[in-house]
Design a protein around this ligand. Structure first.
Ligand code: NI
Ligand code: MN
Length: 229
């Protein structure tokens, strides 16, 4: 029994096969019900999709607090975070391609492209997290991209976490197409309403998905809520 818990923005806590994984953990974002200091869970793995501050968020503090946690990100970003954490042995630099080998964490992590930008280099990514209980795709910050079709053809996507806020990423209409390309069983909207510029109505996303990807179930979470699988 696992779950996906949303803190608002792109920050998720995933419990999968008994591992606790954080993706883009900006837990102190303005919509989150808790601050990072109130987050007490022991973390096994942190995944960061790209180097923008709304995604690297509380990574350094969480890595310093969780002495056994590993971090995985694209090579340049992992190196830069390792310096800030002061421990290069736990920050694993990877890249777009096949599964990343992570000592002590028996989950498959695969990075795929995200059509986006980065501050200092290192390509932005989306990520597929495969466990025995479920396969979860976090799109990072991305525009709509045809690569999603390949992911849908090659892998099962039980849960897709998709940005819908527009301006920096896909909007609801484009994200519904992404759900279709990914053949997602469940789609959870993210990266909206944190700031005025990314205001969006998740019910509109649900309406588009109903038309464009009727096999996909949309689950709308409020910040702090979990979806159990
Ligand atoms: Ni970004
Ligand atoms: Mn962002």
């Amino acid at each position: 029994m696992g779950y996906v818990r949303w803190f608002g923005h792109s920050a998720f806590e995933i419990l999968l096969d008994g591992y606790r994984v954080l993706v883009d953990p900006w837990i102190s974002n303005p919509k989150s019900p808790i601050s990072v200091s109130e987050y007490k869970e022991r973390v096994d793995l942190i995944i960061v999709t790209h180097d923008h501050g709304d995604h690297t968020g509380d990574v350094v503090e969480l890595m310093k607090r969780n002495k056994d946690a590993r971090l995985v990100a694209v090579y340049e970003l992992a190196n830069s975070l390792a310096e800030k954490i002061g421990d290069s042995s736990r920050a694993i630099g990877a890249n777009i391609g096949g599964p990343v080998k992570i000592d002590g964490v028996d989950l498959k992590v695969m990075f795929f492209p995200a059509t986006h930008s980065a501050t200092f280099g290192g390509t932005p990514t989306s990520v597929l997290l495969q466990g025995k209980e479920a396969s979860i795709y976090h799109a990072g910050d991305t525009g709509l991209t045809a690569e999603m079709q390949l992911i849908g053809e090659l892998y099962t996507v039980d849960i897709a976490l998709l940005p819908i806020g527009g301006h920096f990423t896909m909007d609801s209409y484009q994200a519904a197409k992404a759900a279709q390309l990914l053949r997602a069983r469940v789609a959870i909207p993210m990266h909206y309403d944190t700031f005025p510029v990314i205001q969006a109505d998740p019910n509109e996303f649900a309406e588009y998905v109903k038309k464009m990807s009727p096999e996909t179930k949309v689950v709308i979470l409020r910040p702090g809520e979990k979806y159990e699988f």
